[in-house]
Design a binder for this molecule. Structure first.
Ligand code: GAP
Length: 440
């Protein structure tokens, strides 16, 4: 196994701190002491998470004519999860430490209790990771529902609906972004593994004979997506699962892994699910989930290639990859070198002082920019401090309105990474920033 490239040993702590302090990610229900590894996305975090999802949707749906979107329900009846195999096999082996009574995932502890060091455990028991709830006011078997543990099944159960409403034919895909829920026994590492998280999944339906080709294709496309958004190739690797490690549905799985501070770990899995899901749901529901090829007069169940990513996990990787410290004007600064498409704000408008005549022009500039970019507006503290604050949250451009602006109707545009400053006419500002962000 190749070792992950070394990172600053304090990187994780620094990013968690920054995320809390600057309003990216807060521990959930914190005023009540927090709640079991759940997190809330603050004013900057919600922008960034939306940007991650938008970047995925843009590349997977908007730029393609072979993929359509879907937003299926989170609550589902047991029949779906029986057919998908989750009721029976979506389990972790659990053991209890006989000494301190802590409960652990057996496959994560190497036979030693991480809490007290004991090696005495109960026999392992299977623990299903799905959250069970009840739909409607009457309890009982008929009311049982589950929160989805993956978005994928809503795609398979809508296969026939999408096929008949869009007239797509293989190869074609259905993409979905949304929350999934797993009662993880050992949630850990900030938002890396949580009980409530967001997935970005796409099921690509292909003629069985072409499955291997498309499996390889999607591994490449998904790897490139992370690189395009600023993760360095040396921080990524592909890890193909051995046959014996494959999930119950998979004919082949390759993970895109990221060099997290604790080592290589999964960002996304690309799987060849064969005809497992469509066959299971066809058999269980009595609805034929297949494709009739009028050209060849052939009826077949397509194979599914699935790139399955985590939006919240990807956001964490983008934050870790973007975090840098450098020295500007003799002072160490923390800077998030986020791609402009992911940055919570793309532009900050900063009047040099609170003088009303400057604020009037600055607000004019702000309104012109807001139609095109997510913007921040900040009048507090010295201009140097304000630049540092924007650097720390990854804002790619600061626009400073100063006293000269009142005469020349121009502003200073400061670029985050180089700290280069350029004078730009207010009338040309939108076009200038659109050019800098490759939008025109
Ligand atoms: N439909 C296939 C599927 O769900 P998975 O590997 O279990 O496959 C796909 O999940 C992705 O979802 C993972 O690569 C990860 O990015 C994200 N993910 C899974 N469980 C997660 C959790 N507990 N917390 C955060 N993200 C998670």
């Amino acid at each position: 196994m190749d070792a992950a490239p070394p990172t600053d040993p304090d990187l994780l702590e620094k990013v968690i701190n920054l995320a809390k302090r600057r309003g990216f990610i807060f521990p959930s229900a914190e005023i009540y002491g927090g709640f079991r590894s759940t997190y809330d996305y603050g004013p900057l975090g919600v922008n960034m998470l939306r940007n991650v999802k938008q970047a995925w949707w843009h590349s997977m749906v908007q730029l393609r004519d072979d993929i359509v979107g879907l937003d299926a329900a989170i609550l589902g009846p047991p029949a779906v999860w029986a057919a998908s195999g989750h009721l029976e096999t979506f389990t972790d082996p659990l053991v209890d430490c006989r000494k301190c009574k802590e409960r652990w995932r057996q496959d994560k502890i190497d036979g030693v209790c991480p809490n007290c060091g004991s090696t005495e455990f109960t026999e392992p028991r299977a623990f299903n990771l799905m959250f069970k709830t009840q739909a409607g006011p009457v309890e009982g078997e008929g009311a049982v529902a589950y929160l989805r543990p993956e978005t994928a099944q809503g795609i398979f159960t809508n296969f026939a609906n999408v096929l008949s409403s869009t007239r797509k034919k293989p190869p074609f895909g259905i993409a979905q972004i949304g929350k999934s829920f797993r009662n993880e026994i050992t949630p850990q590492n900030f938002v890396f593994r949580t009980r409530e998280f967001e997935q970005m999944e796409m099921e690509y339906f292909v003629p069985p004979a072409d499955a291997e080709k498309w499996y390889r294709y999607w591994i490449g496309v998904r790897y490139d997506w992370y690189v395009d958004l600023g993760i360095k190739p040396e921080q990524l690797r592909l890890h193909e699962h051995a046959q014996e490690d494959l999930s119950h549905y998979s004919k082949g799985t390759t993970d895109v892994e990221f060099a997290f501070p604790w080592g290589w770990d999964e960002l996304e899995g690309v799987a060849n699910r064969g005809d497992y899901d469509l066959t299971q749901h066809s058999n269980a529901s009595g609805t034929r989930l297949e494709y009739f090829d009028q050209g060849s007069n052939e009826r077949y169940i397509p194979y599914t290639i699935e790139p399955a990513a985590g939006a919240t996990r990807a956001m964490m990787a983008f934050l870790l990859a973007a975090y840098h410290e450098d020295v500007v004007e003799g002072e160490t600064r923390a800077v998030l070198r986020l791609d402009w498409r992911l940055a919570p704000n793309q532009v900050a408008v900063l009047p040099l002082s609170k003088k009303p005549e400057l604020e009037t022009v600055a607000r004019e500039v702000l309104s012109a920019l807001q139609a095109h970019f997510m913007c921040d507006y900040d009048v507090t503290q010295s201009i140097g401090r304000r630049y540092r604050r924007q650097d720390e949250v990854g804002t790619p451009y600061c626009v400073t309105v100063d006293f000269a602006t009142l005469d020349d109707r121009a502003v200073t545009v400061r670029e985050r990474d180089s700290t280069d400053q350029t004078r730009v006419k207010i009338d040309e500002l939108v076009a200038d920033l659109r050019r800098r962000t490759n939008q025109s």
